[in-house]
Design a protein around this ligand. Sequence first.
Ligand SMILES: *Cc1c(COP(=O)(O)O)cnc(C)c1O
Length: 350
Amino acid sequence: MFNLDAITRQNIKKLTPYSSARDEFSGEAKVFLDANENSLGSPLVKWYNRYPDPHQRRIKEQLAAIKQIPAEQIFLGNGSDECIDILFRCFCEPGRDNVIICPPTYGMYEVSAHINDVAIRKAPLLDNFQLNLAHLETLTDEHTRIIWLCSPNNPTGNSLDRVDIETVLNHFNGLVVVDEAYINFARQQSFIRDLIDYPNLVVLQTLSKAWGLAGLRLGMAFASSEIIAIMNKVKPPYNINQATQELVSKALEEVGQVNDMIRLLVDMREALAAVFASMPTVEQVYPSDANFLLVKIQDARKVYEFLLGKGIVLRDRSNVQLCEDCLRITIGTEKENTILVDAMQEWYNQ
Ligand SMILES: *Cc1c(COP(=O)(O)O)cnc(C)c1O
């Protein structure tokens, strides 16, 4: 049975969180002289002299409506990367606990584990880029706190089998984090709807990909209100800055525009996949549920360098296990995709 108390670090359980000026007084007032801000203003817009809402109430309300989940089940981080770090800090005892990742996958889980002095165990994906459940099971012990799953996975682009993820959720007594950074481009449904069934599930999403807001840094964790409350205790009080809160609030009113972009990107992904598949030295274009393609191509490193010489930057994954000879290609604008395809023709014609 999953027991949240048993996996929460003692120091975090005992922690009295920082109480900000705006926490201690949040009612109506005319004169705020409680936070040592500059009362005269700023060189920018007047209200930037004030600290932002540490609870991000406005954008959480909007996200609650969009994601159909109570605001108490939403944690906001300075990018998903902060959510990842906070999960380590809440639930993994440095020097003692361990977590499991399934490579090839997003690099930040491992980096964050090292920063927090938490051991990493690896259950590589199978050749079809799906979970190796048997291996996963042999790696877990009483100190395994988190299994990190990325679906759709970066850099392979595929979604993990839903039934496999459910199997992990049902059999593992620690947290199962499902990183859904690319979920908006996928055929699969989000695991947010499954939170009701799994107290050990954490779903990560971000505004960096489909929403086109990588520069603002807003990541989201969805989980039980108990897990979210622990994460809130640990986060820096003002981790989401005022400019981000304002701009995100505006962006969240444009769901329709974002859905249009998603449709266009998915259409271009499929078109580009077909073009690549027809190229002479392309050995495989892997099916993608994301806004990028993983392409296996002869002389991948040389192709990468040739394109770099033309000012086109791809992600070279050719040295990554299971991604040998692969390049990861983000779907660009129509024009950028054409530039890439034309450059590839030059590669073949040289
Ligand atoms: C891009 C990406 C993220 C996004 O991180 P942010 O810090 O929110 O920009 C998270 N997870 C995966 C798998 C990604 O590829």
